[in-house]
Design a protein around this ligand. Sequence first.
Ligand SMILES: NC(=O)c1ccc[n+]([C@@H]2O[C@H](COP(=O)([O-])OP(=O)(O)OC[C@H]3O[C@@H](n4cnc5c(N)ncnc54)[C@H](OP(=O)(O)O)[C@@H]3O)[C@@H](O)[C@H]2O)c1
Length: 268
Amino acid sequence: MTTLPSILLVGGGRMGSAMLAGWREQGLSQAVIVDPSPEAAKLAGPGITVVADATEIPFGFTPEAIILAVKPQMAAAVLPAYARFAAHALVISIMAGKTIHAIAQSVGREAAIVRAMPNTPAAVRQGITVAYPCSHVAPHQRELAHALLAATGAVAWISDEAQLDAVTAISGGGPAYVFLLTELMEQAGLDQGLPPELARQLARQTVIGSAALLAASDEDAATLRINVTSPGGTTAEALKLLRADDALPEIFRKAIAAATERSRALSA
Ligand SMILES: NC(=O)c1ccc[n+]([C@@H]2O[C@H](COP(=O)([O-])OP(=O)(O)OC[C@H]3O[C@@H](n4cnc5c(N)ncnc54)[C@H](OP(=O)(O)O)[C@@H]3O)[C@@H](O)[C@H]2O)c1
């Protein structure tokens, strides 16, 4: 087990606490969490202090990494209080839509900032986080960012910040699309007269099992799809409708384009 350096986590909500759980598994030595919600007090533990406000951070605490995990709309009000730490620490922001430029305006223009986009499977260490480093991030800080982000799943780095809008649309929102597919399969089972409990179980376990098969297999998704599609069979009949040019391929293209555009508009 590696030991992670001292961490200041700003915002211990869903995503912040998921990351903290991952760091704990990796061997977290010392952390301070700033979060005013009563729920956050439960995150305290050996070496982990929870405070409600930046003014309560123990005197002399010098974090090597600051993770910004508050809601984006709070950034302007919350971030300036951390500028004094950001001068000597790596700053990782997971705030959707907050650009490096906007974060630097609050925490300091010289700050070493990594902007990252995780997704909710982080809660079960199966997430994927895409990260972009600003030019002030030194190689050892990039390694530290990688180690901290990898605690909740896979990590991919990009060298063009603008790509984060499409990343947000694909992997940020992706779990919602898969959950929607699960809901629609359950509903279609009900429409065919299956008992509700069975329709639900079939939809859930099919998604869970297919994801596990994809994870365990060397084949890509297209090959796994072809493997369960006998020519002229029942699956082929369904896929003919689903894969028609104006059906799922077109809807997905439009949906991802709309989400990407929305991400661009929110970051502007
Ligand atoms: N969840 C996702 O799928 C996802 C994916 C990618 C990126 N993100 C990003 O992750 C960030 C956190 O999202 P989340 O889903 O974890 O939200 P969340 O559950 O609402 O967590 C935010 C936490 O910050 C706390 N907080 C409020 N004011 C604060 C302050 N002044 N200082 C410190 N903490 C404060 C909130 O407390 P109260 O509840 O009391 O207000 C809450 O516990 C967002 O910027 C979001 O864009 C989330």
